[in-house]
Each structure stands twice: as C-alpha cells, then as structure tokens.
Design a protein around this ligand. Structure first.
Ligand SMILES: [Zn+2]
Length: 110
C-alpha cells in the first residue's frame, strides 16, 4: 500500500493521503541530548521541511525551538505517527521520546 505524504502551506502541515494530519504548532517532548541540554526538551516546531515514510512510520524533518533555553535547530526524522490499516494515527507529541542515533550505530544493528 502506498502512503502519500507531503508538506503543505510552507511547512505548516503534514498531509497524509491528502488529508492534513500534523500541524507545526505542537510542542514535542524530546529526550535529552538530541536537541539541547534540557531534559527533556520541550520543542515548539516552527516548520516541517520534509516528510518521509519508512515502513508504516511517518517521519518529519522540521525546524524547532526549545521553549526553555531557546536553542533553534533542525530536527531530523522526528516520528510523527504511523499508518495502521491505511489510517494515519498521530503520535502524542508529549509522549514521544525521540533521540538521535548515530548512523553507524543504526547500521550496525540492522
Ligand atoms: Zn533547551
């Protein structure tokens, strides 16, 4: 099954199968060490730069800003939800414990 994803409105929305599903106005809770030194970091997304699908998981590349320390940076491959039985189920922004894994680690595990 093909999952069609794209960004809309200059990165304000992620569209999944032609329906607006994820908005940038959410604050995501990111675990420590991936974005800034806050633990956890509460990051307000400013724009989605790109969106991709890996298996059934939808990942977004975004730009965000930490509400506590003000760090503003790109975020790569933030999982924003997954597709189950053709239906998009967004993750809870407050529940995501996202962290960056170095490419080498990821490759060696696969
Ligand atoms: Zn911070």
């Amino acid at each position: 099954m093909t999952i069609a994803v794209r960004t809309l409105d200059d990165g304000a929305w992620i569209s999944v199968n032609d329906s607006r599903q994820v908005s940038v106005s959410d604050v995501w809770t990111l675990s420590r060490g991936v974005f800034c030194d806050c633990e956890p970091a509460y990051v307000l997304l400013e724009a989605f730069v790109d969106v991709s699908v890996d298996g059934s998981i939808v990942f977004a590349d975004a730009v965000g800003q930490c509400l506590e320390c003000g760090t503003r940076d790109p975020i790569d491959r933030l999982p924003v939800g997954r597709v189950v039985d053709g239906e998009f189920r967004p993750y809870d922004p407050e529940g995501v414990q996202w962290r960056v894994e170095p490419e080498s680690e990821r490759a060696s595990r696969e």
